[in-house]
Write a protein that binds this ligand. Structure first.
Ligand SMILES: C[S@@+](CC[C@H](N)C(=O)[O-])C[C@H]1O[C@@H](n2cnc3c(N)ncnc32)[C@H](O)[C@@H]1O
Length: 262
């Protein structure tokens, strides 16, 4: 149920409603109130397309306007659950950290699982600029203009409000605001069992790995959210792994997510 709420699986129609209304505004057309109310009759194919794509590969605009708490889709949430449960069962020491949290849903999910399984001590660290991505600075990130997408900018106050809605905003959630190249240099957390790298760019991915990889506990999980979708991200992972002689096998989660164990 929590996963369905975080993914907005109950509210797919609202994304289409907002998208439709914006289209009417952009094209100076009057909206049809019956279409707003009964969008399922007018756009049945699009609703089916959203429902048939639980891993969130298509229809970015309509999906985002439904305001899910996370964009990572069902397979990556399922996999994250398996990782948290494996860490707890195998007693891998360390906290959990997501670098690139957007609206907070994946971090909320990790915090909820700690409660569900009665873990009394681990913390969830949430690192983000809370103002979207930086403009591309490296050649490897050329033309990756994610900084121009207002949808990717979510304020710290909004993310904290999202945790509070689920009753999960407490002292076992720590926020790390700022650009990764600065914000991840602090000594806490000292040890990580799960690192979720979701910063899209070569530079962001490299900043995450450079600053945090050496804190991974043996047996921990490093997740790279954009490994399949963004070649620049994949290249950062390959460059980092080859520079550090890491050859632990990489496992594919879905069309974009991948992970390895440390
Ligand atoms: C694709 S979104 C993350 C999606 C999220 N994990 C989810 O569950 O839906 C990428 C996030 O990374 C953040 N980000 C990317 N590069 C960054 C950097 N260098 N420093 C700080 N934040 C960064 C952006 O602000 C944005 O919130």
């Amino acid at each position: 149920m929590l996963k369905r709420i975080l993914l907005n699986e109950f509210g797919a129609e609202n994304g289409l409603r907002i998208s439709y209304l914006l289209y009417c505004m952009d094209t100076s057309q009057p909206y049809n109130l019956d279409e707003v109310i009964n969008i399922h009759r007018y756009q049945a194919d699009k609703i089916a397309a959203l429902r048939d794509d639980p891993d969130g590969q298509h229809n970015y605009r309509e999906r985002m306007f439904g305001f899910p708490y996370t964009m990572i889709g069902r397979a990556r949430l399922d996999s994250l659950q398996t990782m948290v449960e494996t860490v707890l069962r195998e007693e891998i020491p360390g906290d959990f950290l997501e670098a690139g949290a957007w609206r907070g849903g994946a971090s909320i999910f990790m915090r909820a699982l700690l409660d569900l399984w009665g873990d009394p001590a681990r913390k969830v660290y949430v690192a983000d600029s809370f103002q979207g991505l930086p403009p591309p600075q490296l050649e490897q990130d050329e033309n990756l203009n994610f900084h121009l997408d207002p949808m990717l900018s979510v304020g710290l106050d909004v993310v904290q409000e999202h945790f509070a809605r689920f009753g999960l905003l407490d002292d076992r959630v720590a926020f790390m605001p700022g650009w990764f190249e600065d914000s991840l240099k602090v000594p806490e957390p000292r040890q990580l069992a799960i690192l979720r790298a979701d910063g899209d760019l070569y530079q962001s991915t490299m900043d995450i790995l450079d600053n945090l990889y050496h804190r991974m506990a043996p047996g921990g999980f490093v997740i790279i959210d954009d490994y399949g979708a963004i070649p620049a991200c994949r290249r950062a992972v390959e460059d980092f792994r080859s520079a550090h002689g890491i050859d632990n096998p990489i496992h594919t989660i879905d069309w974009t997510g991948a992970y390895w164990r440390t």
